[in-house]
Ligand binder design. Structure first.
Ligand code: FES
Length: 577
């Protein structure tokens, strides 16, 4: 495809730093020469910032240090100058109390790294859960051409001939261990077999969901999100992204030209067909609002009712991301559901969605089902409302025991995570399989950072009796690798006085997923009495980033963005003097 040049070299951002004949530009150029570069490396060439979230504690991004070199190879091939800029690496397993506390931190860092340096276009490298939305939110707000390079999933796990899925099988076998069905030796072997290579979780968790959504939005090269991290296709994709971003700069293909309302609808439809993570709702709303697309949870529910789940991937199905790649990957899934997509949407490679999926086929029909024979007739996510969640809450019906999709039971309420953790393994806990477990203070302000506490553990005495699912309600999130009848993201959250704060053990709670309803059977007078007696818990942060976070974070239904990062108001380019 021929590049549609819309910029002259003098119009590049980097020209302001490097192109002038003044003392400042002399200083900038002399500092580039310190690296061994010469004028031939930058004159008339776009400078490409590679925002790399590699770190030595993030195995999901463990290969990105090398892959940045492949991106650079592509940038050089296309006539650009690559400059790698490291950014915060949000390693889901290690960052406490929750990576969600730092998603907006990464978004700010990405935006300001790009703004403050002589960068004309950006390659964003990440994949572990919050890295994807954080980088993209920042790039949207910066507004220069950007392409996403997804880290890709790790290989399948393996233990004694059994395939293991990240997270999902950890929860499963942990419950078996708690129920004394496996011992320490087996548990230790599972620990050594579940994560076999660099790359993200290889189930349809938040990472795989967000990488796929990013591709469906049009921000990656076609097919990029499904490539396993260690497959040789991955470095080739990285180099191709490096080549493409140089053309994107000349074409001035900024994120707002890709991220239209139709592109977001495409992405939500793909999310539903994948049986994707509930976390995606928060991130997609945040990304859409950054670009000025007015998205809310109602749109997810409406699309969910139209789109069946066709990806047979854990935790909603049985295969893993490596199988999904062999089945044809995201392009094959999008091809299967092409009649539901807006094929005219433009993507990062300059072509339309329709062009990108033309002629693509599904190779393994049990991994990617047809629309005629879906895994589940409705999509991945249900949004419920009612007096317990006036601004909504979400659930993943496909990953829940069907008997719990319409249920009325007594609440067993915990004021916080520690209270729940101290009680849940007690043999004398007064709980039955019909109880509704309720966790408070796990929301954006209450967690703080909305930790993934929403898959509350089944009480040990019920586990031993063979119970594997119960209705659970919280204002927290749930790992995308989790499963079960977990109602999440209750808004407004309990920490700010949402109705969840008023639930007491013994109250009756009714959930009807088909009717999208959640109801606390307590009279208005009694709720008013409880509200008058309610006191907000103390904040954990007297100072620092946490204090700023608590002051500015939005609720789950708003995408949990900071109030001061939202909007599209233009920020002037930095003065250079
Ligand atoms: Fe990084 Fe799951 S821990 S993607």
């Amino acid at each position: 495809m021929t590049t549609q040049i819309k910029k002259s070299p003098e119009e590049l951002r980097s020209y302001r730093w490097l192109g002038k004949n003044d003392l400042r530009s002399f200083g900038h150029r002399s500092r580039l020469r310190q690296f061994g570069y010469d004028r031939a490396d930058w004159v008339g060439k776009p400078v490409i910032g590679i925002i790399n979230t590699w770190s030595e504690i993030n195995a999901c991004h463990g290969h990105l240090r090398d892959r940045a070199e492949d991106v650079k190879r592509g940038v050089y091939q296309a006539g650009g100058l690559p400059i790698e800029l490291p950014a915060m690496s949000l390693a889901e397993p290690f960052v406490k109390p929750s990576t969600m506390l730092y998603r907006n931190f990464l978004a700010m860092e990405c935006e300001e790294l790009l703004r403050s340096h002589p960068i004309d276009g950006a390659v964003l490298m990440g994949g572990c859960d919050k890295a994807t939305p954080g980088l993209i939110m920042g790039a949207i707000s910066m507004g220069i051409p950007a392409i996403y390079v997804p880290a890709g999933p790790m290989l399948r796990g393996n233990w004694r001939g059994h395939t293991l899925g990240s997270g999902s099988d950890a929860w499963k076998y942990w419950d078996e261990k708690r129920a004394d069905r496996i011992g320490n030796e087996e548990w230790n072997e599972i620990e050594g077999g579940i994560s076999r290579s660099f790359g993200t979780c290889m189930v349809m968790g938040t990472a795989a969901t967000m990488m796929a959504i990013t591709e469906a939005l049009g921000l990656t090269l076609p097919g990029a999100s499904s490539i396993p991290a260690v497959d040789a296709n991955h470095p080739r994709m990285c180099a191709a992204a490096g080549r493409r971003i140089v053309d994107m700069v000349w074409e001035d293909q900024t994120p707002d030209k890709i991220l239209t309302p139709a592109a977001f609808d495409n992405a939500i439809r793909v999310h539903m067909a994948l049986g994707g993570s509930t976390n995606a709702i928060i991130h997609v709303i945040a990304m859409a609002r950054r670009v000025g697309v007015p998205l809310d949870m109602g749109r997810f529910d409406a699309i969910s009712r139209q789109v069946p789940v066709i990806a047979n991937i854990t935790p909603s199905g049985k295969y893993l991301m490596e199988d999904f790649f062999y089945a044809g990957g995201l392009r094959a899934l999008m091809s299967e559901m092409r009649d539901m997509l807006d094929l005219s949407c433009v993507t990062a490679n300059g072509r339309s969605v329709g062009d990108n999926i033309a002629g693509v086929k599904v190779y393994l029909p049990d991994v990617i089902h047809s629309l005629k024979e879906p895994l589940y007739p409705e999509g991945a996510t249900a949004v419920l409302t009612g007096n317990l969640a006036p601004r909504g809450c979400v659930m993943k019906p496909a990953a829940a025991d069907k008997r719990l999709l319409q249920h009325r039971g007594k609440a067993l309420a915990f004021e916080n995570y520690d209270a729940m953790a101290a009680a849940v393994d007690r043999d004398d806990l007064d709980v039955t399989p019909d109880h509704v477990l309720v966790l408070k203070n796990g929301g954006p302000k209450g967690g703080p950072g909305m930790p993934e506490w929403g898959q509350l553990p089944i009480p040990k005495k019920l586990l031993k009796a063979g119970v594997r699912d119960m209705l659970r309600i919280s204002d927290a999130r749930m790992s995308g690798t989790s499963y079960g009848a977990c109602i999440l993201h209750v808004a407004p959250e309990s920490f700010v006085g949402g109705p969840l704060a008023l639930v007491q053990s013994g109250d009756e709670i009714e959930v009807d997923v088909a009717a999208r309803r959640i109801h606390l059977h307590v009279g208005d007078d009694e709720l008013a009495r409880r509200r008058a007696a309610w006191k907000q818990p103390a904040s954990r942060y007297p100072r620092g980033y946490g204090a700023m976070y608590s002051q500015h974070i939005g609720q789950a239904d708003e995408g949990c963005d900071f109030d001061f990062l939202q909007g599209q108001a233009a920020i002037a380019e930095p003065e250079i003097h």
